[in-house]
Design a protein around this ligand. Sequence first.
Ligand SMILES: C[C@@](CO)(OP(=O)(O)O)[C@H](O)COP(=O)(O)OP(=O)(O)OC[C@H]1O[C@@H](n2ccc(N)nc2=O)[C@H](O)[C@@H]1O
Ligand SMILES: Nc1ncnc2c1ncn2[C@@H]1O[C@H](COP(=O)(O)OP(=O)(O)O)[C@@H](O)[C@H]1O
Length: 286
Amino acid sequence: MDKVIIKCPAKINLSLDVVGKRQDGYHLVKMIMQSISLFDDVTVEKNGGGIRLYCKNKDVPDNEDNIAYRAAKLIIDRFNIDGGVDIFIEKRIPVAAGLAGGSTDAAGVIKAMNRIFDLGMDRDEMMELGLKLGADVPFCIMGGTALAEGIGEVLTPLKPFEAWCVVAKPNISVSTKEVYRSLRLDEITRHPETTRIIDYMERGNIEGVAENMVNVLETVTIKRHPVIFEIKNIMMEFHALGSLMSGSGPTVFGLFKDKGKAEICYNRLRDYLKEVYLVRTFNGEV
Ligand SMILES: C[C@@](CO)(OP(=O)(O)O)[C@H](O)COP(=O)(O)OP(=O)(O)OC[C@H]1O[C@@H](n2ccc(N)nc2=O)[C@H](O)[C@@H]1O
Ligand SMILES: Nc1ncnc2c1ncn2[C@@H]1O[C@H](COP(=O)(O)OP(=O)(O)O)[C@@H](O)[C@H]1O
């Protein structure tokens, strides 16, 4: 097999808590991760030598600044691979959005190269390697629904959670590093009750989940970009059961049980923003 195409799903955070800080500056988190049916297509093809990356999106780097490029380099070095790869990224996930677009592409490259070069890595080995690239990469290798602790790499799979989501990104970019850097842990007044949310998830109670979602990073990103708050309000006016910023932002998602209601909200937001998607939570294999 010389060529593999992988569908790489985006993620949302159904809740995000920060519970401490490591010596190296990384934050200790407790967050509920959920893959959604919004995918990049990543094609990896064997070549004679070197790494080449192609992506039509101008905001996506085509060199070692691309995390998918770095994933390929890491594998070539680790396994002493004689030869290289061409990587083609069909970008559909909004960039710098809090949806783990880069991390999921990197996870896709690791999975693809494991198959192409017959490296025999199991999922845990791929996740361990992925962590060298970024805190969200292990989850992107696992996919589905999970509780993430540590810096995001200590993962406990959760029962698949089924809901409709409207996902909307305002036309601004946010740096994850900068958001974490500006977070003042002692100023956070509302933390999510993570165990309670998981309990609702296990019972398939979308309303219970939606009403209890909290993301402590909103305190930083919404202060800088009030448009996030406006989008959350529009989603609630249009009958979302709950609405939250994903990750470090600026993307906002609304949760729905009813597809019809989600469609109405989606159509309303499309009048207002360019990057709006109607998706489902995704628990399938990729
Ligand atoms: C906020 C979250 C929530 O899922 O997602 P995004 O908004 O990026 O999608 C993650 O914690 C983001 O993970 P990821 O984007 O992989 O982070 P990395 O590339 O490893 O780190 C980028 C920078 O964010 C900070 N960082 C990241 C993770 C973490 N637990 N604590 C941190 O302080 C560090 O300063 C790091 O230099
Ligand atoms: N494969 C990639 N896809 C998207 N962005 C990438 C990729 N590789 C590197 N980047 C860079 O990483 C930054 C964060 O992008 P992204 O991973 O989409 O955001 P987030 O971590 O918020 O989900 C972008 O500004 C972009 O320049």
